[in-house]
Design a protein. Structure first.
Length: 80
């Protein structure tokens, strides 16, 4: 993960609110498909399970969790 003092430029922001893991995973998959490899998606996820779910989802999918400061998560799209 990056230094918390370094700013991260995201190409897109998604406010997931309290969306639960299953629906959130589908939404993230669709959004990241529309983005270019290396682009960063900032996700605002207020669900209490997000601190565990989003890092696990990134591990499984191969996308990089750049920074996580609940409720903000920055995910870098993987290369194809």
């Amino acid at each position: 993960m990056t230094d918390p003092d370094d700013p991260i430029k995201s190409q897109r922001v998604y406010d997931a609110g309290t969306t639960l893991c299953g629906e959130l995973a589908l939404e993230l998959r669709a959004m990241l498909r529309e983005m270019q490899p290396g682009d960063v998606l900032e996700v605002v996820a207020n669900d209490s399970a997000a601190p565990q779910d989003l890092p696990a989802w990134c591990d499984v999918t191969g996308h990089a969790l750049v920074r996580a400061t609940h409720p903000h998560y920055w995910i870098r799209r993987k290369a194809d």
